[in-house]
Structures are given as C-alpha cells and as structure tokens.
Design a protein around this ligand. Structure first.
Ligand code: ADP
Ligand code: MG
Length: 241
C-alpha cells in the first residue's frame, strides 16, 4: 500500500528527527511505531499523512494517496459543539448537509460506544469518551488509513485498556490500515501485529517484531512478546542492533 524508502528529515534547528527510515505498509496492517520521546515517531507519522515532506528518500502510495484519518493525543474537539456536531465536521467540510450526514454520524458514534451521547458537549464527557468522539470523527469518512499519535497516552490505565480493546474490534470490523504511535511497550504488544522499534538521536528504525495478534493480557504469549520487545530495546541500547 505504501513504500517508505530511505526517508530522512532534518529540521531547521539542525535536529535530525529521522534518518534513512524505510518501511512497507500493507492493506489492513496494524503497525505500532514504538520508541522513547523524541525518536521521530510523530515526524514519521506526519510524513505518512502528507503533512510534511522528507529531505531525502520517498514515500510512494500504490494507487495514489488514500483517505486518511488522524487521531492526536488530545481529542481536539470543538468545545462549543456537541459530540454529533464534532463528528459531523469532516463531512461538513466536504460539503455534506446535516440531513444527509446524520445517519453516518450516528453510526460512527455508535461504533465507538457513544449512542445516546450525540447531544453532549465535550466538557460533559470523560477523557475516554472525548477520545471516543475523536476516533469517531476520524472514522466517519471511512478512511482507508488511520494514523494515531499516542491517542491513549493521557488516559488512566483502566480507560486505556477499554479503548485498546475497542480499537482492536473497530480495526477487525473496518479492515482499515492503522499506524499507531506509542511509547508504551505494553500497548504496542497488545495492539499491533507489527511493532516497529525506533531509537533517538538521530531518529531511526531499529528493528521490527511480529506479533501473532489477539493476545489476551494474561496470555503467556503476551508476556513473551513484551519480553522480546524489551530484549530488543536493551540490545539496541547496547548498540547491538
Ligand atoms: P516523537 O514523536 O518520537 O517524540 P518527534 O518526531 O516529535 O518525536 O520529534 C523528533 C525530534 O525532532 C525531537 O528532537 C523534536 O524536538 C524534533 N522536532 C520535531 N518537530 C520539530 C520541528 N518542527 N522543528 C524542530 N525540531 C522538531
Ligand atoms: Mg510524538
């Protein structure tokens, strides 16, 4: 679906955010970009989204750039608008009227478990619910690719576990391609089928670890995967990757 070849990005202040990153993205993949703060995860995601351009290397979409949904760490909702109006926004920007869009908006909110909250304003919703609205807004246009930049990082662990499980259900239903940025090993191991480990200064892709997927949190295979990622990280820190 997407070929990223030898992509580098250096900012005007001299920071080398990304050096020679290469990655293939397949239709229906669930990829985690995992690494510490400052290793270039957001930079790579912005390049994939087309919000920034590399200094060298290239990104080539097979069949042209698809529709992309983007979810940030903050829900970034319009505070004066209801949940439904927030989800309606991308459709409105495309020129759709409310009468036409209402069923899509209702379905998107239902998909994230927010039926009955259409009229709620962001301040009336919990952090987890606000993030659900944000995900519904990203999905309402049925994008082929969903880019998520630490969407659950600000949530408590209980809420986060619920959203992670629901995201996996959504992914199975919608069969979209997900690139999920996180600095949590546990989160990457729980969600992704492909875990791409990144390292800072300069930001680069260190290695990729495959997951069988559908791992329950108490599954010994989940613990083994977390151990495998942790081992790769320590090898990387010792300069062995
Ligand atoms: P991550 O998302 O992994 O935390 P980023 O991709 O945001 O990392 O940033 C990688 C590095 O590039 C960091 O050192 C960051 O400070 C720097 N950086 C990011 N964006 C810019 C920018 N627009 N201008 C200058 N430096 C930037
Ligand atoms: Mg970031």
């Amino acid at each position: 679906m997407l070929a990223i070849d030898g992509v580098s990005r250096r900012f005007a202040n001299g920071v080398e955010a990304l050096r020679d990153a290469s990655l293939r993205l397949g239709q229906g993949d669930f990829v985690a970009l995992l690494g510490p703060s400052g290793c270039g995860k957001s930079t790579l995601l912005r390049l994939i989204a087309g919000l920034d351009r590399p200094d060298s290397g290239r990104l080539v979409w097979n069949g042209g750039a698809p529709d992309i949904g983007f979810v940030f760490q903050d829900a970034t909702l319009l505070p004066w608008a209801t949940a439904a109006e927030n989800v309606f926004l991308p459709l409105r920007l495309r020129g759709q009227g409310w009468a036409d869009a209402a069923p899509q908006v209702g379905a998107a909110l239902a998909r994230v478990g927010l039926s009955g909250f259409e009229a709620a304003r962001p301040r009336e919703l919990s952090g987890g619910m606000r993030m659900r609205v944000s995900i519904a807004r990203a999905l309402v246009t049925r994008p082929k690719v969903l880019l998520m930049d630490e969407p659950f990082a600000a949530l408590d662990e209980f809420t986060r576990h619920g959203l992670q499980a629901d995201l996996l259900k959504l992914w199975a239903e919608l069969r979209c391609t997900v690139v999920f940025v996180t600095h949590s090993i546990y989160e990457a191991a729980f969600l992704a089928r492909r875990i791409v480990l990144m390292t800072p200064r300069p930001g680069r892709i260190a290695c990729e670890i495959a997951s069988p997927g559908n791992l329950a949190r108490l599954d010994p295979a989940y613990a083994a995967l977390v151990a495998e990622i942790t081992t790769a990280l320590s090898h990387e820190a010792e300069g062995r990757l």
